[in-house]
Design a protein around this ligand. Structure first.
Ligand code: ADP
Ligand code: MG
Length: 369
């Protein structure tokens, strides 16, 4: 049972609370991503788990054992930092095996693990180089190799790829997944990059200002955001969030209305929310040149070329809505008719900012934990 549990964990620096009442269970062998904007408390959380930061209140359990006061060296963890933290005066080989030598692992075993790590991370032939004579990608692989040879049960990674350029990041992601496939350690992976979170994670814990906003699979944080923050943070461009009124089965945006399906009407009535907020992702809007059934009319304000698609900024009675289009056929000041795809809409309670939930037949993405 090599799970990790945070129970009501708080962390304060003086009077400032930076992690607030964290409850999180990370299953054995799982890849859990801590995602969130800079300063939300991700590194602090990881450092508490690593034993590098004291827990102000609450309990941390590692493998069923209360670990609040367990020294870092006894937690069976390997950690990879954003800045690699390689020893500059040691060559690649020495950097990789330093921890093992300290742990008094036998010479033969050290050689076996070193050879495997060099092979796996394509570092053969670089054993004698100093970190300063390596590229960023190679340094990053050395940092990974150093963590891999420890063969720990828990692999903690703090923005391990953020110093790499886009192409290297893609290949490094694959390497990380390969490592996980081979050793099946529990991964706790900190990133502010949602693409990394989606591609690496079994589950994502999204944080904001020291609080967890949602913990779920990548599919669910995208398709079933629990609140407005999650809807806006996940996805690019961000989910359109629009204040609406609900009347007679229709949602009103400005002076226009959009008829909802009976399932959605039922869902809204069930929620008993007073004020509602409508959400739709830019990629879930159909655009038309002519009015068709259940469309809202707007004016194109601005068009951005993304290469594989165009991002269209549309004014609908004073509200800005962004839509994506694969075709180059939308130009500023033209009229456009938009239709949110009914199956892809989100509705939130304005007061709580939480989702009012989804009609039952649309639960296909939801995975119950
Ligand atoms: P993230 O990794 O999500 O970017 P951090 O966990 O590093 O965020 O930081 C969370 C908050 O705690 C930030 O506002 C940061 O300024 C604050 N913080 C981090 N370390 C300290 C410290 N040693 N003393 C005071 N405040 C700190
Ligand atoms: Mg950080």
């Amino acid at each position: 049972m090599k799970e990790i549990r945070f129970e009501n964990v708080c962390k304060s620096y003086g009077k400032t609370e930076v992690v607030k009442n964290l409850n999180l269970k990370i299953n054995e062998g799982e890849r859990l991503i801590l995602l969130g904007p800079s300063g939300c408390g991700k590194s602090t959380t990881l450092r508490m788990l690593a034993g590098l930061e004291e827990i102000t209140s609450g309990d941390l359990f590692i493998g069923g054992r209360r670990a609040n006061d367990l020294p870092s060296g006894k937690r069976n963890i390997a950690m990879v930092f954003q800045n690699y933290a390689l020893y500059p005066h040691m060559n690649v080989k020495e950097n990789i095996i330093y921890g093992l030598k300290k742990q008094k692992v036998s010479k033969g075993e050290i050689q076996t693990r070193l050879a495997a790590a060099l092979e796996m991370l394509q570092l053969k032939g670089y054993e004698n180089r100093l970190p300063k004579d390596l590229s960023g990608g190679q340094r990053q692989r050395v940092a990974l190799a150093r963590a891999v040879v420890k063969q720990s049960d828990f692999f903690l990674l703090d923005e391990p790829l953020s110093n790499l350029d886009a192409q290297l990041r893609v290949s490094a992601r694959k390497e990380l997944l390969k490592i996980h496939d081979m050793f099946k350690q529990t991964f706790v992976y900190v990133t502010h990059d949602q693409v990394e979170a989606m591609t690496v994670g079994d589950r994502i814990a999204l944080m904001y200002e020291g609080c967890i906003q949602m913990i779920d699979t990548p599919e669910n944080v995208y398709h079933r955001p629990a609140n407005i923050f999650t809807a806006k943070f996940i996805g690019s461009p961000s989910t359109n969030i629009v204040d609406i009124r609900f009347h007679d089965g229709k949602i009103m945006i400005g002076k226009q209305s959009f008829q909802l399906s009976s399932k959605w009407i039922h869902q809204i009535n069930k929620s008993k929310a007073d004020d509602l907020v409508f959400g739709i992702r830019p990629e879930h809007i159909e655009l038309y040149k002519m009015p068709t059934k259940n469309t809202l009319s707007g004016i194109v304000k601005y068009v951005e070329n993304y290469g594989n698609s165009y991002c269209i900024y549309i004014d609908i009675d004073g509200q800005e809505i962004i839509a994506m289009s694969e075709e180059k056929q939308w130009y500023p000041n033209e009229k456009v008719y938009i239709q949110p795809i009914m199956k892809k809409i989100h509705i939130f309670n304005k007061k709580t900012t939480n989702s009012i939930g989804y009609p039952e037949e649309m639960e296909k993405y939801a995975i119950v934990h």
